[in-house]
Design a binder for this molecule. Structure first.
Ligand code: ADP
Length: 758
C-alpha cells in the first residue's frame, strides 16, 4: 500500500513519511489498516521486532486526533518515553501537540489536557487515573507498547489494570496493543475486544543459528566456517568475522559486569578494524562519555569506546546510554555488549546479534535459569538493518555438541511462550485493589470482582473461586491496616477507602510500604531526633525500594552496623535468627548508601564500595526521595511531628549534601560539589549568593565564567555578568586535581533507571 492511500490519516502524513524514506507500508501495517486501525478499530499487532509497529500506532493515533480526539501512548520503560517523544515531536510541525509525562506520581498532569498525543509510562497513567485526571475521559485512542510485558511480574499488573481501567472509564476507547510475536496473541485480542494482526513478516531476512566448534550452524541447515583463533573466544571470533564482512555486532549477556568485561575483551578485536578517521571520532565520543561523570564506569566505557567497542546497561547514566546508542547507529562502534535493556525497544539494529548467555541468575530460585524464548527472540530480532545489511543473523553460542542440539530445540526452532497475567501476585493486587476502590471504580466486593473480570487475569483464570479468594484476602489486609472500610449490607459488602487509604493510593504507595512507613513514623515521633539513616532505613525496608543484595562478608559488616546504630533504626527489629533479618540488613546497606550520598561522599567511591553503577545511585536516590515525600504526607495526615526531620532527610538525599548545604544546593546549576566549594569560600546560603562578591564566586567555581553567570542568575543576583571579573586569589579551592565538574548536573538529572530496568 502506498503511503498516499492510507485512509483517515491527516493530509500531511504521506509527505512526512516519504521524507523519512517510507513510501510503501510494510505488510503487517497494511493488514492493520485493512482491519480499520485508522478508522478507530481496536487492534492487537503481534509482529516481530523492528517490523514497524510504531507506525501502526502512529497511524491510529493521528487518525484519532484528526477526528478530533486525543491519544495516549503507554510505554513500558521511562527510557522509551524519550525515544518515542523524539519520534512523535516531529508531528508538532503539523500542529499536533505532543506531551510526555514520566515525572512525579502525585499530580493530575493538568497541563496534559491540551495535548493531542501523550506519551507516558504505565505507572504514570495508573497514577493519573488515581488522581482523577479529568482529561482521561477525553481519550479516544490508547496504545500499549510491548503489551507482552503484562507477563512481567513487577510491572505487568500495572499495565494490565491500567488498560482495564481506561477501557472501563471509556467504553468506546480504541485500544491498539503492540506485541512481540507471542504464543497467545489471540487471547490478548479477546481480552481487549480487538482484531488481531499476527504476523511473522520481517523487513529483512533473519537467520537464527548456533555457533559451535569452528562453524555457524544455521536454521536452514547450512554451515559456515567461523574458526576460533587461539587467543579469542567464540564471541570474539563471530565479531571478527562480521567485521571482516563490514558489519557490526550486538552481544547480549546476562549481567552488567559481564557486559563490561565483554566490551573490554572485544575492544581488542575491534581496535584492529578502525579507520584513522573513525578513531578520531571515537576519541571525541569517549571524551563526551568522560564528561558525563567521573566514575570508573564512565572511564571503562570511554576506554572501550576509543577502541570501537562499548557496553550498555541500566547502570549507565542516561547520557552514557544515548552516546553509545548514537555511535552504534552511526556504525562508529563495531560492537556493543548489552544486558537485555537494549532489546526492549531501543532501535539499534546490527548485522549480527550474539546471544552469548542464555541463562540468568534468578534470586527467587537461587540459581541460573534459562531465558524465555520470547526474550531470546526479542534480542535476536535486533539482527539485520533494513536497507544496510543483506540479511541479519542471530546466534547462540554452544560449547558442546549436546548444547548445540539443546539450543536448537530450546530457542532456534521453538515458539515463544504464551503471555500470562501476573496480577494474582499479592503486592500487585494489594496496590490495585486499594486504588480501584479509592478512585471509585468499585464500591463493593461484587463491583470489585466485576472490575477484575475486565482483566487478562480473569480471562486466564479457569478457577473462578480463586479470583474471589485472593480478593478477599487482600480486602482483609487493607481493612486490618486501616486503608479500607467494609460494611456488610443486605445485598453484599460495601467498600470504601478511608482517608488514609485515599492518601496511600494517591501517593502511589504499595499499601504494605505505607503500613511499614506509618509504623516507623510513629516510632520516630516518640523520639527526640530521628536521624537520616533511620529514615533511609525505614523507606529502604518497604517493598517499593529495590534493596541492594548482600555480598559475601556483608552479613557480618551490616550486623555490626545494625548493633552500632541500633538506636537510630525505627520500628521493631527482627531477631538475628528470623528470616526477615536478611532483608533488614539489605535495607541497612541501601540506607547506608543513601547516607553516604547525603554526606557528600564521592560518587565513584560509592560505586566502588557498594558494587553498583552511577545509574543505580540515581535510581535509589529517586526512589528514596519519592518515598520520603510520601512519608512527609503521611506524617502530616496523622499529625505526627516528624515532618521536618523527614523533609530534611529527603532534601539531603535529593541533592546529595549535608544539612548546611540544603539551601545552596537548591539553586539551579549548583550541584553538591559546587555548593560545597561556595560554602567553603564563605558563600553559605542562597541569600549570600545573591549578594556575593563575584570574584569569590568565580574563584569557588574554578574560574568558569559561564557557570558562574548561570548560577548567579538563578540565585537572582542583580548583575550576574562576569565580564572583567577575576577570580579572587584568596579563595582556595579544595580538591584541585579533579578535572571535570561533570557530575554536578547529574545530581538533578532526571535519570531513567529507577523503574526496575536491568
Ligand atoms: P518495532 O517497534 O516493530 O520494533 P519500529 O517501529 O521501531 O519497529 O520500526 C523499525 C524501523 O523501521 C524504524 O526505523 C522505522 O522508521 C522503519 N519503518 C517502519 N515502517 C516502515 C516502512 N513501511 N517502510 C520503511 N521503513 C519503515
Amino acid at each position: 500500500m502506498d503511503v498516499a492511500d492510507i485512509p483517515g490519516v491527516p493530509e500531511w502524513l504521506p509527505d512526512h513519511l516519504r521524507g523519512e524514506g517510507i513510501e510503501e507500508l510494510y505488510p503487517p501495517q497494511v493488514a492493520a489498516v485493512e482491519r480499520g486501525v485508522t478508522g478507530g478499530e481496536s487492534l492487537v499487532a503481534s509482529v516481530p521486532t523492528a517490523s514497524g509497529k510504531t507506525l501502526v500506532a502512529a497511524m491510529a493515533m493521528l487518525a484519532s486526533v484528526e477526528r478530533g480526539g486525543k491519544a495516549l501512548y503507554i510505554v513500558p520503560l521511562r527510557a522509551l518515553a524519550s525515544e518515542k517523544r523524539a519520534e512523535f515531536e516531529e508531528y508538532e510541525a503539523y500542529g499536533v501537540d505532543v506531551g510526555v509525562s514520566t515525572g512525579n506520581y502525585e499530580s493530575d498532569g493538568g497541563w496534559l489536557a491540551d495535548k493531542d498525543v501523550i506519551v507516558a509510562t504505565s505507572e504514570k497513567v495508573d497514577s493519573l487515573v488515581r488522581n482523577d485526571a479529568a482529561w482521561l475521559d477525553d481519550l479516544t485512542c490508547v496504545v500499549a507498547d510491548e503489551v507482552h510485558l503484562v507477563d512481567d511480574a513487577e510491572r505487568g499488573p500495572t499495565l494490565e489494570v491500567t488498560l482495564a481501567k481506561l477501557r472501563s472509564l471509556n467504553p468506546g476507547l480504541q485500544t491498539v496493543a503492540l506485541s512481540a510475536t507471542i504464543g497467545n496473541a489471540e487471547e490478548l485480542a479477546a481480552w481487549l475486544d480487538a482484531d488481531l494482526v499476527d504476523s511473522t513478516w520481517r523487513p529483512i531476512e533473519l537467520q537464527k543459528g548456533v555457533h559451535y566448534g569452528d562453524a555457524l550452524h544455521l536454521e536452514d541447515g547450512s554451515q559456515t566456517r567461523v574458526p576460533v583463533r587461539n587467543n579469542e573466544d567464540q564471541t570474539a571470533a563471530i565479531v571478527r568475522d562480521t567485521l571482516e564482512d563490514g558489519g557490526s555486532s550486538l552481544v547480549f549477556v546476562n549481567s552488567r559486569r559481564n557486559a563490561e568485561a565483554a566490551a573490554r575483551r572485544l575492544a581488542t578485536t575491534t581496535a584492529d578494524f578502525l579507520a584513522p578517521e573513525e578513531r578520531d571520532r571515537l576519541a571525541a565520543v569517549a571524551a563526551d562519555i568522560r564528561d558525563v561523570s567521573d566514575t570508573d564506569t564512565s572511564d571503562d566505557l570511554a576506554d572501550a569506546v576509543e577502541k570501537g567497542a562499548a557496553f550498555h546497561h541500566a547502570g549507565l547514566a542516561r547520557d552514557h546510554r544515548s552516546l553509545v546508542e548514537d555511535a552504534f547507529r552511526e556504525r562508529l562502534l563495531k560492537v556493543v555488549s548489552a544486558t537485555p535493556t537494549l532489546a526492549a525497544g531501543v532501535n539499534t539494529p546490527s548485522r549480527r546479534v550474539v546471544v552469548r548467555d542464555w541463562r540468568r541468575y534468578d534470586g527467587s530460585v537461587g540459581g541460573m535459569q534459562p531465558l524465555s524464548v520470547l526474550e531470546v527472540h526479542q534480542m535476536m530480532g535486533r539482527a539485520g538493518r533494513p536497507g544496510l545489511d543483506p540479511y541479519g543473523e542471530a546466534l547462540l553460542v554452544a560449547s558442546s555438541h549436546d548444547e548445540l542440539d539443546e539450543l536448537f530445540e530450546r530457542y532456534v526452532w521453538a515458539d515463544p511462550e504464551p503471555v500470562r497475567s501476573k496480577l494474582a501476585a499479592e503486592p500487585a493486587l494489594r496496590t490495585h485493589i486499594l486504588a480501584t476502590v479509592a478512585s471509585g471504580f468499585a464500591r463493593s466486593r461484587s463491583g470489585l470482582l466485576e472490575f477484575l473480570e475486565g482483566t487478562l487475569y480473569a480471562i486466564q483464570t479457569v478457577e473462578r473461586d480463586q479470583l474471589a479468594a485472593v480478593t478477599d484476602r487482600v480486602i482483609d489486609y487493607l481493612d486490618t491496616n486501616g486503608f479500607l472500610d467494609r460494611e456488610a449490607d443486605g445485598e453484599g459488602v460495601e467498600l470504601a477507602a478511608t482517608t488514609l487509604g485515599h492518601t496511600v493510593s494517591r501517593l502511589y504507595l504499595d499499601p504494605m510500604s505505607a503500613a511499614t512507613i506509618l509504623d516507623g513514623l510513629e516510632d520516630a515521633a516518640d523520639r527526640e531526633d530521628p536521624t537520616a539513616l533511620g529514615l533511609y532505613h525505614l523507606v529502604a525496608r518497604t517493598p517499593d525500594m529495590y534493596e541492594l543484595y548482600l555480598r559475601s562478608g556483608d552479613r557480618e559488616e551490616y550486623t555490626m552496623l545494625a548493633y552500632e546504630r541500633e538506636e537510630e533504626l525505627l520500628g521493631a527489629a527482627p531477631s538475628e535468627f528470623e528470616e526477615a533479618f536478611e532483608d533488614w540488613l539489605s535495607a541497612l546497606k541501601t540506607a547506608r548508601l543513601l547516607e553516604d550520598w547525603a554526606s557528600e561522599r564521592d560518587e565513584d567511591e560509592i560505586t566502588d564500595t557498594y558494587g553498583v553503577g552511577p545509574g543505580d545511585i540515581r535510581g535509589k536516590v529517586d526512589t528514596a526521595q519519592w518515598l520520603l515525600g510520601a512519608a512527609e504526607s503521611l506524617a502530616a495526615e496523622l499529625g505526627l511531628g516528624v515532618g521536618p526531620a523527614v523533609r530534611e532527610a529527603r532534601i539531603r538525599v535529593e541533592h546529595g549534601v549535608e544539612s548546611e548545604l540544603i539551601d545552596l544546593a537548591g539553586v539551579r546549576g549548583v550541584g553538591r560539589k559546587r555548593a560545597r566549594r561556595l560554602f567553603e569560600a564563605g558563600v553559605e546560603t542562597r541569600a549570600d549568593l545573591r549578594e556575593a562578591d563575584k570574584s569569590v564566586v568565580l574563584a569557588a567555581l574554578r574560574g568558569r565564567a559561564k557557570t558562574a553567570e548561570t548560577v548567579l542568575e538563578n540565585a537572582g543576583h542583580r548583575d550576574p555578568s562576569m565580564a572583567d571579573v577575576d577570580p579572587d586569589e584568596d579563595v582556595s579551592v579544595a580538591d584541585p586535581d579533579r578535572a571535570a565538574d561533570g557530575d554536578e548536573d547529574q545530581t538533578t538529572a532526571d535519570d531513567q533507571s529507577s523503574l526496575g530496568e536491568f
